[in-house]
Write a protein that binds this ligand. Structure first.
Ligand SMILES: *[C@@H]1O[C@H](CO)[C@@H](O)[C@H](O)[C@H]1NC(C)=O
Length: 617
């Protein structure tokens, strides 16, 4: 007996050492998430899958008069949105002629009709591809081709984006429908006039019934590591998991969620709107984030949870201090990219708000959640978590821009507390659904024979650290993407676009850090074609035409010769390190000037105004 006791005490001690002081919190959180995951999987096995759409329909029956979306001061109840999406589903079937299984592209900014169109299309049995509203002509056409959509639904305020691409769309036999009652163009069809006479009764449930968790329901475009945006396949499984995010962090049906992020990203649509539906809660939707309106909005609508990206919290901290700023009911923020210094300041300014960082890419098969609220950490791992999710941090050489391998060609784990590249094992329990269209694109994100022969890992492209307590911290991105203004910028996409300018011979795009800014500012090192000179105005106009605002390089560095690494990749590391300081860089530097609509020489004076934050980037 004594021995048994000793063993028990000893193992308790070991457990305590392992998990202290977060043991209970970790356990409860994990049990909650696991139970939900098990229920999901079970529904897949028993073919009783209840999708986010079906959950919405159920909520509309349960709490029809509850506000679902508050937008611009107007309340849209669950009943309202259910009825309007029914009407839209009828119009999509009867007037547009859409059938179950079709894919439809949606180009809309944040408004309640984004949600109504999304739900309406889902009710009609269609999958929906959310298009980034910042996207330019070339990228937009590409998006159609890769998700196979033959119909596009456009918001009323997006019609002017249509002009430059309309003829190409029509050439490709793409049907164009706008959320308007009248259209000046004979081939642009209208939806709203047909809505009035449409029935608000449900379409047959068989149209949207599914028995498979792994059936695609959405396509969300992500700026991948190569070339133009890629359509990530979102299955019911992923959207159901994302919809449980708020709930996992402890949200309830009486919470009010503030959504200032764009709905075409997975954070606002899957976690935000999906999460609101899952809870049967209310969301306050904003067309655009406004730092000056934020707290007033929160007070007016009794907001309790808000979604953020790191930049957003920084903008809030940059607002002048006022007396009322701790007077609100916000108790939780859910988002990504909050840096330690901003996090601390945010809490001291605006009170005790639990900030829940979520790490995970739209298409990735791994997700970390910092449910403890530990400042600076993007996620939390522990003994249990590692049993369930097979991820590894492996050694990566920043200078060579490559994995560090041993003699046998395998990757090497980093030690606890050291930075490594985050890889996530691809298996049947954490599948990677990949991108549509090209197997090649999917395969590029997968690394094989990483630690043993025959294994496969999803390459997140993120450098991370895990500390001794199991907290996970983001360090940097490797390779070909960086983040700016909450969007991923694919350096190859920018390089391809700039490479079309006549005076440019070679382009190397990378991101540089700017004090007091999240992410990295785009910079392009270029070499000139023999006999040509640099023309800042021409480059500016080209960039505006071809690239979304967040992807346009802010700085240009003129080089005599492009450096490459010993493995024949463009040398980025040293360029990134040397930044954009004209007093330490001998190459000519230019900075974008939106007033002069040109790239102008970056002088020491300009540089210091940027560093002091007096020059808006
Ligand atoms: C917000 O809460 C206060 C106090 O609980 C209440 O009086 C007010 O009506 C609420 N406002 C809204 C928009 O629900």
């Amino acid at each position: 007996l004594l021995v048994t006791w000793r063993v028990a005490v000893l193992s308790l001690h070991v457990l305590h050492r392992l998990f202290f002081p977060f043991f209970l919190k970790d356990l409860l959180f994990l049990l909650k998430v696991l139970r939900y995951g098990a229920q999901l999987e079970l529904s897949g096995v028993t073919r009783t899958v209840r999708t986010v759409l079906q959950r919405f329909i159920q909520q509309a029956q349960r709490v029809p008069d509850k506000p679902f979306i508050i937008y611009d001061g107007r309340v849209h109840t669950y009943r309202d949105v259910d009825a309007r999406s029914n009407k839209l589903a009828h119009v999509f079937r009867d007037s547009v002629g859409l059938r179950r299984g079709a894919c439809v592209a949606l180009l809309m900014s944040n408004e309640p009709d984004f949600v109504c169109a999304w739900l309406g299309l889902s009710k009609a049995g269609c999958s929906v591809a959310f298009l980034n509203i910042n996207i330019r002509t070339k990228g937009l056409l590409h998006c159609f081709h890769c998700c196979g959509a033959s119909t596009i639904v456009i918001g009323a305020d997006m019609v002017e984006c249509l002009e430059p691409i309309l003829s190409s769309l029509l050439e490709d036999d793409i049907q164009v429908w706008v959320m308007k009652a009248h259209s000046d163009h004979p081939q642009v069809h209208t939806l709203l006039d047909k809505l009035e006479s449409a029935s608000d009764q449900p379409v047959p449930a068989a149209l949207h019934a599914t028995s498979s968790l792994r059936a695609p329901t959405l396509y969300i475009f992500t700026s991948g590591t190569t070339g133009l945006p890629k359509a990530a396949v979102i299955t019911h499984l992923q959207s159901l998991k994302a919809a449980a995010g708020f709930w996992a962090f402890g949200a309830k049906s009486d919470d009010v969620v503030y959504i200032p992020l764009p709905l075409y990203h997975s954070a606002a649509s899957l976690i935000g709107v999906g999460g609101t539906i899952h809870l049967g809660a209310t969301c306050v939707l904003k067309k655009k984030f406004s730092a000056s309106q934020f707290w007033q909005d929160c007070r007016t609508h009794n907001v309790t949870i808000f979604q953020y990206i790191g930049e957003l919290c920084r903008y809030l901290c940059n607002q002048p201090q006022v007396n009322m700023e701790k007077v609100h009911k916000v108790r939780m923020g859910v988002g990504n990219g909050l840096r330690q210094d901003v996090w601390r300041e945010f809490l001291s300014r605006f009170g005790n708000i639990k900030m829940c960082e979520v790490y995970g890419s739209t298409e990735g098969n791994l997700c970390f959640m910092n449910h403890i609220g530990k400042i600076g950490a993007v996620g939390r791992s522990n003994f249990f978590y590692r049993l369930l999710f097979k991820y590894d941090l492996v050694k990566f050489d920043m200078v060579m821009d490559d994995l560090v391998k041993d003699q046998r060609g395998f990757c090497q784990h980093v030690e606890t507390g050291h930075t490594g590249l985050l890889l996530s094992k691809v298996s049947s329990t954490s599948p990677f659904f990949g991108y549509v269209g090209s197997k090649h694109l999917t395969e590029r994100k997968i690394l094989r024979n990483v630690l043993v022969k025959g294994d496969a890992y999803f390459n997140t492209g993120d450098l991370m650290v895990e500390d001794h307590q199991g907290f996970i911290y983001f360090r940097d991105r490797v390779g070909d993407t960086f983040r700016w203004k909450g969007e991923n910028v694919a350096t190859t996409e920018v390089s391809e676009a700039l490479g079309l300018v006549d005076f440019i011979q070679e382009v190397n795009v990378y991101g540089v850090e700017v004090p007091d800014h999240e992410g990295r500012a785009g910079m392009a090192a270029i070499t000139l074609r023999p006999g040509f000179t640099f023309d800042g105005r021409k480059l500016f106009h080209h960039a505006v035409r071809e690239l979304p605002a967040y992807a346009r390089p802010l700085f240009i560095r003129l080089q005599e010769e492009m450096e490459i690494t010993s493995t024949f990749k463009q040398q980025k590391f040293q360029l990134v390190q040397s930044g954009f300081n004209p007093s330490t860089i001998s190459d000519p530097l230019y900075v974008v000037d939106n007033d002069q609509r040109s790239y102008v020489p970056l002088t020491a004076d300009k540089y210091s105004t940027i560093i002091c934050g007096n020059h808006k980037l």
